[in-house]
Design a protein around this ligand. Structure first.
Ligand code: ZN
Ligand code: ZN
Length: 221
């Protein structure tokens, strides 16, 4: 990736919203291409239905594989909850330390824009909200590796089912925060939490699926 692939304006606009609170790019509801290079732009896009079309059947397959490998109901339920918790912690850490990393290198800066910056420039664009296919495959492989290493060839399936359901729930909360009408108290609280990340204090409130880690790490202020 070469920096001249980027338009200067898009590059600037993408860098500003969360680094300089209060500065908003113009025309954020429009859907311009972020990059002059159509190839780079493709890597920022995803279909909003993809998390559910892939995540729900995949979670069901993982749960079935856990059962087929002899993982009992109690142990399986515990691993499911632990997998969900692991996902939400990784979601928090990635958002805080990777997606919003303050980097000097132009290549790394472009990487953060490709990974997440574009969503802050055009937060209402439905094509820039769900994880992209590259992100989805990378994170799935990471979890598969970690869970298999920690839990062995049978039990890891139950943890993977929990992490996948946690991921789908996160995508749902994020979608409702930007495009839905939160009706329950919990969803309204999650919506407010994420809107503050976008518009009030971009250097805080990194959790989207849950504010738990923000409370624990005191990043909710
Ligand atoms: Zn963000
Ligand atoms: Zn958002």
């Amino acid at each position: 990736m070469r920096s001249r692939d980027l338009t200067d304006e898009a590059n600037e606009a993408a860098a500003l919203p969360w680094r300089e609170p209060g500065l908003r790019p113009k025309g954020e509801d429009a859907r311009p291409s972020l990059y002059r290079s159509a190839l780079l732009d493709v890597f920022t896009l995803s279909h909003p239905a993809m998390p559910y079309l892939i995540g729900v059947p995949f979670a069901a397959i993982c749960a079935w594989r856990a059962w087929a490998h002899g993982v009992g109901a109690g142990w399986g339920a515990l691993l499911f909850v632990l997998g969900w918790a692991a996902w939400s912690l990784v979601e928090y850490l990635m958002h805080r330390f990777l997606f919003h990393a303050r980097v000097e290198s132009e290549t790394l800066r472009i990487a953060t824009l490709l990974a997440h910056g574009h969503h802050h420039v055009w937060p209402q664009d439905p094509r820039r909200i769900a994880a992209t296919p590259v992100q989805l495959v990378s994170i799935a492989l990471l979890f598969q590796g970690l869970f298999r290493l920690a839990l062995g060839p049978d039990a890891w399936w139950a943890a993977m089912a929990g992490a996948t359901v946690g991921y789908v729930a996160y995508e749902l909360v994020h979608w409702v925060a930007h495009h839905g009408r939160p009706t329950t108290r919990v969803m309204r609280a999650l919506h407010a939490h994420h809107m503050k990340h976008h518009h009030l204090a971009p250097g805080s409130r990194w959790g989207i699926g849950t504010p738990l880690w923000d409370w624990l790490f005191r990043s909710d202020r």
